[in-house]
Design a protein around this ligand. Structure first.
Ligand code: UT7
Length: 326
């Protein structure tokens, strides 16, 4: 049976660090509040010259180097992002050009924080069907450009970064065991960036109304996330006939430490089996899971044969999971 397997990962974080203490000088907040309510201590912010494709490029180069592959070896590039360089061309096409990946088709995928796992789902299907052989899936975000730095309820949450994974076909009994994607557009208004599209394109009015910034009903989102993620994780394990005790590592979307702890608790998973980097990077949306996956791989937390569960939840609403056998 043909499966897709992640053969290499990479990530890139901008150098500039903004701490909670820095934010105390901008909005009415405290390091204690942010740490206690979210688990975030600091986040990375891209410099003025860096757009989503630049971060994606660095993460992709790192993955290609580890895989000992050349850009021409990739036949499809999927970029998950909600903060692409521009409405079109796609950030994936801009990345393809930067890499010189001439053999690759390229497209963007918009599923907010769940975007990278949605990308794995698509890549997995295309590889299993034999339509593509080697796929680069990237999550990249420069959300700092869309953050309302006057809104203390959102500006403390987000950060910039990119993560990448290269998938190829395998006949081994490991790799991506299953992927699961879901959405509920009825709850679209919980997290959105209302301006800039055909509903409210850029105008004096849209700028004055701050429609080009992220709006979130945080507390409502939180409650749906906790409920949904527990069910998602349980379903994913059940489908694969895996008991939570057989999981080596849970790599969750890093949106809020309390959401992650609640999911782990409901699964009966000790926090030692949960990968965390939210403290350093905050919520990097589509980049969050691949950055964490890369850091888990680099810190030797993934061993051959390990069962690893990826899960994410975000705007749309969307949610998604993938069970990997490393
Ligand atoms: O990645 C996509 C998915 N995203 C998520 O899953 C995010 C989910 N939501 C959350 O992470 C949390 O809801 C937040 C961290 C955004 C907020 O935490 P919360 O415990 O839900 O707080 P809240 O929104 O219920 O606000 C509680 C209080 C309010 O004050 P009052 O009305 O009780 O006086 C807020 O105004 O906390 C206040 N508050 C703050 N105080 C200090 C909100 N933001 C801040 C802040 N500093 N930065």
């Amino acid at each position: 049976m043909l499966r897709a397997k992640i053969i290499a990962t990479g990530s890139y974080l901008p150098e500039h660090i903004v701490t909670n203490r820095d934010l105390e000088k901008i909005v009415d907040t405290t390091d204690d509040w942010i740490t206690e309510r979210t688990g975030i201590k600091e986040r990375r912010i891209a410099n003025d010259c860096q757009a989503a494709s630049d971060l994606a490029y660095e993460a992709s180069l790192s993955a290609l180097k580890k895989a000992q592959l050349k850009p021409k070896d990739i036949d499809l590039i999927i970029v998950a992002t909600i903060s692409g360089d521009m409405p079109f061309p796609s950030t994936a096409c801009l990345l393809q050009a930067k890499l010189g990946a001439k053999q690759a088709a390229a497209f963007d995928l918009g599923a907010a924080c769940s975007g990278f796992i949605y990308g794995l789902h698509v890549a997995n299907g295309l590889i299993r069907s034999g339509m593509h052989q080697r796929v680069l899936v990237v999550g990249t975000e420069v959300l700092s450009r869309f953050t309302d730095w006057d809104d203390r309820s959102t500006c403390i949450l987000f950060g910039d970064g990119a993560g990448a994974a290269i998938l190829e076909a395998t006949r081994e009994k490991r790799g991506i065991m299953s992927t699961h994607i879901y959405s509920d557009g009825n709850l679209a208004d919980l997290i959105m960036l209302p301006g800039g599209g055909s509903r409210s394109c850029c105008s004096r009015e849209s700028i004055l109304k701050k429609l080009h910034h992220i709006k979130m009903k945080g507390n409502e989102t939180f409650k749906v996330a906790v409920r949904t993620l527990e069910e998602l994780a349980s379903t994913t394990l059940e489908v694969n006939s895996i008991d939570p005790s057989q999981l080596s590592l849970l790599i969750p979307h890093q949106a809020n430490l309390r959401i992650i702890q609640a999911t782990a608790r409901r699964l009966g998973l000790p926090m030692e089996k949960v990968f965390l980097n939210i403290e350093k990077y905050g919520n990097t949306s589509a980049a969050s899971v691949p950055i964490a996956l890369d850091e888990a791989a680099e810190s030797c937390r993934l061993n051959d044969g390990d069962y690893v569960l990826l899960e994410a939840f975000g705007g749309g609403l969307t949610w998604a999971s993938a069970l990997l056998r490393w």
